[in-house]
Design a protein around this ligand. Sequence first.
Ligand code: FMN
Length: 227
Amino acid sequence: MKDLHDLDALSDLLHRRHSCRAFKPDAVPDDVIERIVETAARAPSWCNSQPWQVIVTRPEETDRLREKLLANATSPEGGKPDMPFPTAYTGVHQERRRTCGWQLYDAVGVQKGDRAGSAKQAMENFRFFGAPHTAILTSGAELGPYGAMDCGGFILAFALAAEAMGLGCIPQAAVASLAPLLHKEYGIPDDRMVLCAISFGYEDADHPANSFRTDRAPLSEILDWRG
Ligand SMILES: Cc1cc2nc3c(=O)[nH]c(=O)nc-3n(C[C@H](O)[C@H](O)[C@H](O)COP(=O)(O)O)c2cc1C
């Protein structure tokens, strides 16, 4: 069997990575960002269509965009996502969603029933959790869900590359709820779907929002052997 060194390295990155929800303000050098994007673009895609494109903001532009999103987050003109959000979370999906939601609320001190507190935390999405950079991820609209599936690989590869370069990041579908505004701001044509943002930067490791880790279902709930 091949030396397990590579798998250990990959597993280590996967275990260390987590969604980062508080950042230091420091800018990340352009060449570091370019390496991360180049690495992420090694993700496989159907027919090698490579449907991903990212609009990456530097700190001043990130600030401008967050003001714009915050001003529009609750207005009906904000619009709707290009790709429909999940219609429901039931059963185990609902349980897991609740668990990670409560982990976050517990970490930042939002009590059960504190609607104002949970709304404030939800708005953090539109602040990009204070990240100095965000990457708006789009996919070729004609590729539909398969293009989005390919982009999922890009997101993971981006996250692992960021971790390997000492950065934190978080994919944010919430930002895609303002897709029409993003199309307008950045001249994104209608043949591209806004999928999500990936906000990133140097992690503020002491912030309570970064103090918890999500777990994963055991293999028995994932792997179904036959034969
Ligand atoms: C496609 C995608 C979209 C996500 N959107 C959001 C989001 O809008 N807001 C948020 O706080 N977290 C978002 N997350 C982060 C998930 O909540 C997180 O990945 C999950 O709870 C597992 O935790 P971990 O990333 O720390 O391992 C998203 C993750 C993915 C992969």
